[in-house]
Design a protein around this ligand. Structure first.
Ligand code: TTP
Ligand code: MG
Length: 349
């Protein structure tokens, strides 16, 4: 059973501003662009949220809802500095950290042995340390997977923790509205609504094949998500530099056609899996061969992502050494990314 912690800072940009200018603490305030330049809000403090003011709202409209709202220009560099501090704290607890944005991350603490291996105690310690070092509060969710940890971190937000142990997952999921599931946005939510599906309990009535027939690969994910099942790994930046799959065969393959069939199938599966990484560009593709004597070789090249191209690489290499093989692998390397920023920052004006 994995132990995943999801940490999310409270009203992050606003909290930094309130810390640095304490008079803002008791009044409704937001961080964002100016109302007369068609600016939008990055976030608002909890005082302002009482008026319905929230992130991504036009600043001019927010002022209509709350005329006394104070809007502060964002200081992204400052927020990035604080972000570095909190990620430094995370790294004292585990190496498996997936940054989601400046203020949010998943931590896989399954193999961390301090705090008696307790995810809850670790999350508590992380939040306390964040507060001590930055003066800011965070919320945390502790659960067996990413989907549940993210949902859990919202339960006692702000400045709260929630642990979802495996035996409570079923009852927790039943009443959960489907639009709280990862990946269910407005359009999907609407489609589900049309089928009379409001919460996860309604969704559970649909079989895997029904959901996958209606919504493709995402439908399959929904089938598992509504039951609180999520196999997605906590992906560190390092792991995201490549993606691949390999198979050791029960019996060594000695006939080319058998190899070909398996290779094409594996390439197709990989190409399918790559649909989950729409923002990645592929640098090159590769094929790995392990012979029956464990000798292994890899060939990689800049080619368009197609099953035939994996086959081309394979055939070329195997022709040089046509012996039985025990393992085949196919994979891709991704282009290096620019440093990760929250997509939302584009909202700044
Ligand atoms: P969030 O974690 O979504 O929000 P938050 O930290 O302000 O508030 P909460 O207590 O609900 O977690 O986003 C983190 C920061 O990212 C937020 O402080 C500002 C920025 N951001 C934008 O710039 N635009 C946006 O639309 C959103 C949602 C966030
Ligand atoms: Mg936050």
């Amino acid at each position: 059973m994995r132990k995943i912690i999801h940490i999310d800072m409270d009203a992050f940009f606003a909290a930094v501003e309130m810390r640095d200018q304490p008079h803002l603490k008791t009044i409704p305030m937001a961080v964002g662009g100016s109302p007369d330049k068609r600016g939008v809000l990055c976030t608002a403090n909890y005082e302002a949220r009482k008026f319905g003011v929230k992130a991504a709202m036009a600043s001019a409209y927010a002022l209509k809802l709350c005329p006394q709202l104070v809007i502060i220009r964002p200081r992204i560099r400052k927020y990035a500095e604080v972000s570095e501090q909190i990620f430094q704290i995370f790294s004292e607890f585990t190496d498996l950290i997936e940054p989601v944005s400046l203020d949010e991350a998943y931590l896989d603490v399954s193999s961390s042995t301090n705090y008696h291996g307790s995810g809850t105690l670790m999350a508590q310690a992380i939040c306390q340390k964040i507060f001590k070092e930055t003066g800011l509060t965070a919320s945390a969710g502790i659960a067996p997977n990413k989907l549940l940890a993210k949902l859990a971190s919202d339960v006692n937000k702000p400045n709260g923790l929630f642990t979802l142990p495996p035996h409570q997952v079923e009852s927790f999921m039943k009443t959960l509205p489907v639009n709280r599931l990862w990946g269910v946005g407005k359009v999907m939510s609407q489609k589900l609504q049309e089928l009379g599906i409001k919460n996860c309990e309604d969704l559970e009535k649909y079989s895997l094949s029904e959901l996958s027939h209606r919504f493709g690969k995402f439908g399959e994910m929904l089938f598992y998500f509504c039951r609180g099942i999520d196999e997605r790994e906590v992906e560190t930046d390092y792991e995201r530099k490549s993606l691949g799959t390999e198979e050791t065969f029960a019996q060594d393959l000695s006939i080319f056609d058998e190899m070909k069939v398996n290779l094409i199938r594996m390439s197709e599966e990989l190409i399918d899996e790559l649909k989950n990484y729409p923002d990645k560009s592929i640098k090159n593709i590769h094929v790995k061969i392990k012979y029956s004597d464990f000798k292994q070789t890899t060939i990689e090249r800049q080619l368009v992502l197609k099953p035939e191209h994996f086959l081309e690489l394979f055939s070329e290499r195997w022709a040089q050494d046509p012996r039985p093989i025990r393992l085949l692998g196919v994979g891709v390397k991704f282009e290096d990314e620019l440093p990760k920023n929250p997509g939302q920052l584009s909202l700044l004006t």
